[in-house]
Design a binder for this molecule. Structure first.
Ligand code: CMP
Length: 139
């Protein structure tokens, strides 16, 4: 992983309602290259571990339930300024506050069922990519 890579997840709300293709097209239009991709149904233990940083939040249990409610699609993406650019492209956590044309404005249902995840720092991008992918998967 370098500073030009980030980790995203198309979440179960968007993946199971058939939005993956539209979201991937938007990400590619924004200049992201897909380096690695998987489709998987997170176990409860995996979702709890991935979101462990939110363990004390009131929405943690509901978030884990949502993230295990269906398949999701983690991807490693590459472009310059990947972390900051992807966060701009996906929009605010709450789709009601997300800018026009962002993934969440277009596809999210609510603050929790918000279609997509993006790493918030280079350090977390590295950690989150390693959660889903082996070094050899990323290349
Ligand atoms: P994500 O960017 O994956 O990081 C943590 C997730 O928790 C977030 O997207 C939402 O899915 C969820 N989340 C954050 N804040 C809230 C909230 N106030 N209520 C419910 N879910 C939330």
């Amino acid at each position: 992983m370098t500073g030009n890579r980030t980790l995203t997840i198309i979440k179960p709300d968007a993946f199971e309602s058939g939005k993956a293709g539209q979201i991937l097209a938007l990400l590619e239009q924004e200049g992201f290259r897909i380096l690695a991709a998987r489709v998987l149904h997170l176990s409860r233990a995996q979702a709890e571990e991935f979101y462990a940083v939110h363990r004390e939040r009131p929405f943690y249990g509901s978030l884990v339930q949502f993230m295990t409610s269906g398949r999701c699609m983690p991807l490693v993406l590459e472009r310059d300024a990947a972390v900051a650019t992807l966060r701009r492209v996906i929009g605010a956590t709450d789709p009601a506050e997300a800018a026009e044309g962002t993934v969440r404005r277009l596809h999210a249902e609510s603050k929790e069922r918000n279609a997509i995840h993006a790493s918030d720092s280079d350090e977390n991008a590295e950690r989150e990519a390693r959660f889903f992918f082996a070094e050899a998967d990323i290349g």
